[in-house]
Write a protein that binds this ligand. Structure first.
Ligand SMILES: NC(=O)c1ccc[n+]([C@@H]2O[C@H](COP(=O)([O-])OP(=O)(O)OC[C@H]3O[C@@H](n4cnc5c(N)ncnc54)[C@H](O)[C@@H]3O)[C@@H](O)[C@H]2O)c1
Length: 255
């Protein structure tokens, strides 16, 4: 078991990549706080982890609200006494209105779409990292893993999402520098297209065209990203900090 007795918070743990990571961490011996704005979903994942013999507890949190995030950290400490791992995974997309993907454009993006995506994807990671850093500094131990995306490299219709995911990379570099002296590593995963509810609405023809552009010729399974989370959260990754790792079937390389 690679995470025996570690305490891990997984934001957005109720669905997709966060669900896969919560279940994998619990199977590896971690005590997992499944944190999500959707408490029903978080509870279902925690139940699933426990049914498989793991330890998990669901917490309702809106990562954009400081009071919620502070309460999350308090509940995790009350339940398990420490926080070793924070997976900043909660995320949303609100693309500019388009009939076809190609029609997405910045003039069609509303203030609400911009603000919502920056709030969850970027401010959420900031608030959770800031709050979790307090017990991690006290312990002189921590692993923080943020979530960027291949979208950080630019994607039509996603000015908000791309900006949030590029911002997360800068946040990762800075937190890695600031927290290294406390034995806290901060890294970032950048998934490619992954089979979750976030991508469920892609029409079949566009999905097929996308797959043809991916060198490994398939979308990621949520578990592909969970494996990377596990490595970066483990003691094996003790000397890795400030890194962004693309887990994208190779789509970000080449021309
Ligand atoms: N699916 C992909 O293709 C893909 C690609 C690159 C990056 N990502 C990123 O991976 C992460 C996980 O995405 P996913 O594909 O599993 O999506 P998902 O929609 O399946 O899961 C996201 C989870 O985040 C939760 N959430 C949303 N807003 C929240 C908030 N304010 N506070 C707390 N929880 C909140 C949702 O309830 C949901 O359970 C996101 O950061 C996403 O941007 C996904």
């Amino acid at each position: 078991m690679r995470l025996r007795n570690k305490v891990a918070i997984v934001t957005g743990g109720g669905s997709g990549i966060g669900r896969a990571t919560s279940l994998r961490f619990a199977a590896e011996g971690a005590r997992v706080v499944v944190a999500d704005i959707n408490f029903t979903a978080a509870s279902a994942v925690a139940d699933e982890a426990r049914a498989a013999g793991g330890q998990a507890t669901p917490v309702e949190v809106n990562v954009t609200k400081r009071a919620d995030v502070d309460a999350l950290i308090e509940q995790a400490l009350a339940a398990y006494g420490r926080i070793d791992i924070l997976i900043n995974n909660a995320g949303i997309n609100r693309d500019a209105l388009c009939v076809r993907i190609k029609d997405g454009e910045v003039r069609k993006m509303s203030d609400e779409q911009w603000d919502a995506v920056i709030a969850v994807n970027l401010k959420g990671a900031f608030l959770c990292s800031q709050a979790a850093a307090v017990p991690m500094i006290r312990q002189n131990y921590g692993r923080i893993v943020n979530t960027s995306s291949i979208g950080a490299l630019g994607n039509i219709g996603q000015a908000n999402y791309a900006a949030s995911k590029a911002g997360v990379i800068g946040l990762t570099y800075t937190l890695a520098l600031e927290l290294a002296r406390y034995n806290i590593t901060v890294n970032c995963v950048a998934p490619g297209a992954t089979k979750t509810q976030m991508t469920a609405g892609i029409p079949d023809n566009l999905r097929e065209a996308l797959i043809q552009k991916i060198p490994l010729r398939r979308m990621a399974e949520p578990e592909d990203i969970a494996h990377l989370h596990l490595f970066l959260a483990s003691d094996e990754a003790a000397y890795i900090t400030g890194q962004v790792i693309f887990c994208d079937g190779g789509i970000s390389v080449g021309i």
